[in-house]
Design a protein around this ligand. Sequence first.
Ligand SMILES: [Zn+2]
Length: 150
Amino acid sequence: MSEALQAVVTAAETVHDHPWLLAVAGVILLVVLVLRSPAGGACSSRDPRRTFTSAERAQAFARAGMRCEHKSMFWSRCTNTATQGDHIFPWSHGGRTAMSNQQALCAFHNNRKSGSVPTRMYIIRLQRRRRRYFPPEETARIEWRLGAAI
Ligand SMILES: [Zn+2]
């Protein structure tokens, strides 16, 4: 018997002996699927205002400590200076042009993110990180449409 087939047989025997493992695996899979799903559905109506004002961008840079807010899953926060105000939930998908939907990014990370819709996990992680570096008077809550938050 090949090693791969033996591994499958062993896994099947383990599940047979402990059927609750399937329920645990199902719950874990469900949580992962929800967290990796896009945060919010696209909206056909667009905010009439496309870009942030220079004052809004300056405020976003200041509350982020003048640093890019991007953080990949396994690395620390980007150390580049924030130079661009990004719609967290893209304007092209119905995200509004408001401080609650703006993040400060460096040119590299804003270009890489482009118009992609963030996942729920992205939103949750960004909100959690922001509580550490945002000034106390700034809310870390991300809201891309009125009343629409995660
Ligand atoms: Zn960056």
